[in-house]
Design a protein around this ligand. Structure first.
Ligand code: NAD
Length: 269
């Protein structure tokens, strides 16, 4: 047991943090050595499982990530952009693999993470599920096979609490479509348009988002031509798919060289 990699979970009381706690504790492949929440959160100082209403497991939630990360081989982090950028530096100093599921980063945030990855193993993906990463590959292939007259629309749906839009996954899909077509996403994207009104430039890549209820995550990539269209769809019904992917990434990263990786690397796609 002591040989298993020690994992710290950031943002442990969150939707993903709680799912990750179950996944790590029940995996038999890793040890839960630390749980971090923001200062002032009511879970700080409590046993993590007890805070979730279960049997204590001897891991106390802390708001001091340095001490927790010092004894860990990996940090799994689904929190906020500001928290993840701060943790990237600490994980790099501790030589712990940093698995980043957080989305909504600014270009400046991404530069900070890139700098941390010069000295550390960072696995960052806007979606950690096998199915979405396959969808990314399929999107790239379909975009490459179709001529540039096909318009590409990425449509996503999430629960009402999600703060960023379009989702990190939608942006990954748009990026894959642009790569397949051999163009830069910034040149062809119609980001921010609501998708309901107004015209698109021919061949544009557009994004639309809806928010509501408890939708875990749904993504369609629509390739719309004259007289026909293709729709690729992924529907996540259980957050466990993201948590299992994140744990897989933490274990995969243990023997890798410093650098920034994504789930396509982890899954060998
Ligand atoms: P959430 O709001 O339920 O959880 C975020 C948690 O982070 C909260 O408990 C919050 O208190 C905590 N937090 C904030 N600041 C912190 C700090 N400084 N230190 C420690 N903890 C801190 O959100 P969620 O639904 O769990 O999603 C979290 C992130 O993960 C979002 O960016 C979301 O888009 C992303 N996400 C990614 C994937 C993926 O597969 N990559 C899947 C689902 C969600």
């Amino acid at each position: 047991m002591a040989d298993l990699p020690g994992i710290v979970i950031m943002g442990v009381s969150g939707r993903m943090g709680q799912m990750l706690t179950h996944t790590v504790l029940e995996s038999g492949k890793a040890r839960l050595v630390g749980c971090v929440e923001r200062p002032g959160h009511p879970w700080v100082g409590q046993d993590v499982r007890a805070a979730m209403g279960g049997v204590p497991v001897g891991v106390t939630v802390t708001d001091e990530p340095i001490d927790a990360i010092a004894q860990a081989q990996a940090v799994i982090d689904f929190s906020t952009p500001a928290a993840s950028v701060g943790i990237a530096r600490l994980a790099a100093q501790a030589r712990a693999v940093h698995v980043i599921g957080t989305t909504g980063f600014s270009p400046e945030d991404l530069e900070q993470i890139r700098l941390a990855a010069r000295h550390a193993i960072v696995v960052r993906a806007g979606n950690m599920s096998l199915g979405v990463n396959l969808l990314v590959q399929l999107t790239r292939r379909v975009a490459a096979a179709l001529d540039a007259d096909f318009d590409i629309e990425v449509i996503e749906a999430h629960h009402r609490h999600k703060v960023d839009a379009p989702s990190g996954t939608a942006l990954m899909l748009g990026q894959a479509a642009a790569e397949g077509r051999g163009v830069a996403l910034d040149e062809v994207s119609e980001r921010g348009r609501d998708g309901l009104t107004g015209a698109r430039a021919r061949g544009a890549i557009g994004f639309s988002a809806i928010r509501g209820g408890d939708i875990v995550g749904e993504h369609d990539v629509v390739f719309a031509g004259e007289g026909e269209r293709i729709v690729l769809r992924h529907v996540a019904t259980d957050r466990a798919v993201f948590a299992r992917g994140a744990l897989k990434a933490a274990l995969w990263g243990q023997d890798k060289k410093p650098g920034e990786y994504d789930m396509l690397d982890v899954l060998g796609l």
